[in-house]
Design a protein around this ligand. Sequence first.
Ligand SMILES: C[S@@+](CC[C@H](N)C(=O)[O-])C[C@H]1O[C@@H](n2cnc3c(N)ncnc32)[C@H](O)[C@@H]1O
Length: 217
Amino acid sequence: MSKDFTKLFDIWSDTYDETVMGTDPQYKQAFEHYDEILHAVAEQAEGHVLEFGVGTGNLTKKLLDKGLNVTGVEPSSKMIKKAKSKLPANFRLLKGDFMQFPSVGHVDTIVSTYAFHHLTDKEKAVALQTYAELLPLNGKLVFADTIFQSAQAKKEMIEIAKKNNFDRLATDLETEFYTTSAELINMCKTAGFDFTLIPKNTFVQLLIAKKVSTDQT
Ligand SMILES: C[S@@+](CC[C@H](N)C(=O)[O-])C[C@H]1O[C@@H](n2cnc3c(N)ncnc32)[C@H](O)[C@@H]1O
């Protein structure tokens, strides 16, 4: 596995659902329109859906409510426990991560929200190549995550966080692997995906990437 954020999420699992409601001023902007963002991801999903970074299961619930066949992958045991307490008993939730996960058979859509930034850009590129091999032609990746418009925009956001004394946010922005639109677009193209990026709030963009080529460059 890449850098291990599991301990952090084990600790956060009990209060995570409060944070996404906007109760923590430091993360309020990142979780603005949270429910609509998850809804937008679920709306794009079809067939057998593979979800990475399930967390407490909020996106999973929307996918299952749509009648989709979903397989979840999550590295944090505490998050798995929390998600299981909210989801149907027969839901398939596997321990794993973006890069190492059990074999899941045919997959039509791969989804993830607020999690892909746990991989470095190099790891993201490798993961996207793996997903291109896993998906059929026209299969989709639908990811919502913090993606900066540019390296400068990221730098400015860190400065704003520091000015506001948002120390935890500033540390997150400096130590996690938030990418830029240009980097992500390059990775998608190289892996053979056509893509659309739609801004959803100050931090989050929705990536809809469709596999259009079987040749990876
Ligand atoms: C901010 S939470 C998002 C949870 C949920 N997807 C949501 O939108 O509310 C990030 C989740 O990604 C998981 N995670 C961390 N590193 C990961 C990795 N390398 N691969 C997959 N999931 C990871 C965490 O354990 C956590 O459950």
